[in-house]
Design a protein around this ligand. Structure first.
Ligand code: GUN
Length: 283
């Protein structure tokens, strides 16, 4: 079994990115700028946002985190986004999800200018990805594709099963795997005989959001297992959606939690922000 070291790959990519950013600044006087808007005080979101800021600064970007009270109105939030849309010095705008229930998430995602939507959640960007003309790719599946590339994991003709159908992970993951010529099944919490379906997979990507849900009954001998989960186990320890100890002997490659998909996600967001900046300079 090979452990896929997302932390090491992310660190390598971050170092490359810092170099590219320094070069861009020397050539154009510009550096990528990323705005992250955090509404309220969701503890997990606070951690994610802090990590994004740290990563942006380490890459040499301009970084701004806008922390607003949970009570902000939808109109005020939309106004704020419109202002950042109009400001050329910001190349990426990201609104951390989830949002409080009085704010319509779809309206907010629609309000972000597609060329600044570094999360790739705007319907325009989702549609472009789905029609094979991707511009912005959601960072979690983008990071997983980088890991396949780094570890030379061949996808063409392989059977891939994605457990999870979210817009953030499951759907774009399925599309990217299809683009890489895998045969893809999207399964989810309501799939009948889920373990049996998963057991068909050469490549199994798990994003179901339940601690240690995937056990050896789900894993074919020699499968590649990618764990997108980020949960706390019964002892409060970080764990994925995969029961690592249970499947370890069955899989050929596994991503650990922590240190697998998570660090890659943030690095890909920075890559995307860099590309958004480059594109804006070409205009
Ligand atoms: N909440 C959980 N994951 C994400 C993400 O990738 N982007 C944003 N904006 N919010 C999230």
């Amino acid at each position: 079994m090979v452990l896929i070291d997302g932390k090491a790959l992310a660190a390598k990519m971050q170092a490359d990115l810092a170099e590219k950013t320094a070069r861009l600044e020397a050539e154009t006087g510009q550096v990528p700028g990323l705005v992250v808007i955090l509404v309220g005080e969701n503890p997990a979101s606070q951690v994610y946002v802090r990590n994004k800021e740290r990563s942006a600064l380490a890459a040499g970007f301009r970084s701004q985190v806008v922390r607003v009270a949970e009570s902000i109105s939808e109109a005020e939030l939309l106004d704020m986004i419109a202002n950042y849309n109009a400001d050329d010095s910001w190349h990426g705008i990201l609104v951390q999800l989830p949002l409080p229930t009085h704010i319509d998430e779809e309206k907010v995602l629609l309000a972000i200018a597609p060329e600044k939507d570094v999360d790739g959640f705007h319907p325009m960007n989702m549609g472009k990805l789905w029609s094979g003309h991707a511009v912005m790719i959601p960072s979690t599946p983008a990071g997983i594709m980088e890991m396949f590339k780094e570890y030379k994991i061949d996808l063409a003709g392989k059977k891939a099963v994605v457990i999870g159908r979210s817009n953030i992970v499951g759907k774009p993951m399925a599309q990217l795997l299809m683009d890489a010529n895998a045969t893809v099944t999207i399964a989810h919490s309501r799939t009948e005989h889920l373990a049996e379906v998963a057991r068909q997979a050469d490549i199994l990507v798990v994003a179901i959001g339940r601690a240690k849900f995937v056990t050896k009954e789900f894993v074919k001998e020699g499968a590649v297992v990618i764990d997108v989960g980020m949960n706390r186990d019964e002892n409060g320890k970080l764990c994925g959606d995969v029961d690592f100890a249970d499947i370890e002997a069955h899989a050929s490659y596994i991503t650990p939690v922590p240190g697998g998909v998570g660090p890659m996600t943030i690095t890909m967001l920075m890559e995307q922000t860099f590309r958004a900046c480059e594109s804006s300079l070409k205009k």
